[in-house]
Write a protein that binds this ligand. Structure first.
Ligand code: NAD
Length: 409
């Protein structure tokens, strides 16, 4: 099942439970605008590079569209549309005043020089600048894009509309970005563990953790969980994983990965593959790499009683059902990995006010927003006797439906 179908499945389940009319369901599922543009640029060798860019603006009933911009060869309208709708539900579940959007350019960013990437980005902005803006649609980094790409977007946008750093988030801290954004998603994952353990009267000290993916989200989640006293016994990247029951040396592993060396060559613990990592006997499992990794067979073998989804869509719906039946608590992606969009929201607020927040303020506000969202979703899950994922979709869809009805059609 592709992510498009998985999102539609959860939507349908929640819409049914909420008793939404067929017309309202259709309205909530249909993107408001879908943009497809040609983005041709001169390449360094004098040839013309032909690319296609996309931006899907799913729903704006709760605020401007918000969502990442990815540079990847798999980008297409369907995938971007599914991810745009996921952003609508994610921003609603953590109650930030946005709708959902997503975009991208079909390309292989690693095959382009820095100058080509800059030309590509600027040309894309020339094509879509009238459809984005701090009050319209606010892109952010995603796969294949980073703070530098956001800086180029803000600069190009300013040529048409004047100084508006709030047109994008995830900018470098030295160019109207916000402190704490880079590690925000991983920090939020750890916060979810804190909330679960608090309710179960358990201490995270000594709890064992396996983290799949040691990139932005996985490495930060591992670090924050270790700071809470947990013992990270397994991590992995695309080259494979490491498992050491005594606990891994995260700082040295981070330095190894930063030096662009494969994790599997680090030399501590036992080498394992990515599927083995998911079924280790640990207390907490954090999938933080790709989508679609927990399928039915894996779900039957998972031993961790708690899964916190750092990645988007890591669990197939059939596997999710098995996990729920087995009593394994899953904190779903739209809640667990919302730390990034929450701090993006703070960056946007900071830009609109031309006022800089301190690091302590960012962390305090992020923790507070994530804890409130957890509390609400957890109580809905309990009172309606459904999984936290169904509860999260229910909370989100109810908020968007209410805003849509209040605003009128
Ligand atoms: P990243 O590129 O920084 O890191 C990805 C990690 O996954 C790397 O360690 C990579 O080696 C590993 N990986 C890649 N292919 C793999 C495979 N086949 N098997 C195992 N590991 C593999 O990406 P990221 O920003 O950390 O994002 C990770 C996930 O979190 C993605 O699903 C992304 O959509 C989601 N996410 C990220 C953010 C954010 O703020 N970065 C926010 C929300 C959701």
């Amino acid at each position: 099942m592709r992510s498009t179908e998985a999102v539609a499945y959860y939507f349908d389940h929640a819409a049914e439970a909420l008793g939404l009319s067929a017309n309202l369901r259709k309205l909530l599922l249909t993107p408001e605008r879908s943009i497809k543009v040609e983005v041709s640029i001169p390449l360094d060798d004098g040839q013309i590079g032909n690319f296609v860019g996309y931006r899907v603006q799913h729903d704006s009933s709760r605020g401007p569209f918000k969502g990442g911009l990815r540079y990847h060869h798999d980008v297409d309208t369907d995938e971007v549309a599914a991810l745009a709708s996921l952003m609508t539900w994610k921003t609603a579940v953590v109650d930030v005043p946005y709708g959902g959007g997503k975009g991208g350019i079909q390309c292989d960013p690693k095959a382009l020089s820095r100058n080509e990437l800059e030309r590509l980005t600027r040309k894309f902005v020339q094509r879509i600048h009238d459809f984005i803006g701090p009050k319209i649609d606010i892109p952010a980094p995603d796969m294949g894009t980073d703070g530098q790409v956001m800086a180029w977007i803000a600069n190009e946008y300013a040529k048409f509309h004047g100084f508006e750093p709030g047109v994008v988030t995830g900018k470098p801290v030295d160019l109207h970005g916000i402190v704490g954004r880079e590690e925000a998603t991983g920090r939020g994952v750890a916060r979810m563990v804190h909330e679960v353990y608090k309710r179960e009267n358990k201490s995270p000290v000594g709890a064992t953790v396996a983290v799949q993916g040691f990139g932005n989200v996985g490495s930060a989640a591992a670090r924050f969980l270790a700071e809470m006293g947990a013992k990270v016994v397994a991590v992995s990247d695309v080259t494979g994983g490491l498992y050491d029951e005594k606990g891994l040396n995260l700082a040295e592993i981070a330095a190894h990965v930063k030096a662009r060396k494969p994790l599997a060559t680090f030399g501590q613990g036992k080498l394992i593959d990515n599927e083995e990592l998911l079924t280790l006997p640990v207390d907490i499992l954090v999938p933080a790499a790709l989508g679609d990794v927990i399928h039915e067979e894996v779900a039957k073998k998972i031993k961790a009683p708690l899964i916190v989804e750092g990645a988007n869509n890591p669990t197939f719906p059939d596997a999710d059902r098995i996990l729920h039946e087995r009593g394994i608590l899953v904190v779903p992606d739209i809640l667990a990995n919302a730390g990034g969009v929450i701090v993006s929201y703070f960056e946007w607020v900071q830009n609109l006010q031309n006022f800089r927040w301190t690091f302590d303020q960012v962390v305090r506000e992020q923790d507070s927003k994530m804890s409130q969202a957890f509390e609400h979703v957890h109580s809905v899950a309990k009172s309606t006797n459904v999984s936290m994922r169904f509860a999260a979709f229910r909370v989100a869809i109810e908020r968007v439906a209410r805003a849509t009805e209040l605003g009128g059609y």
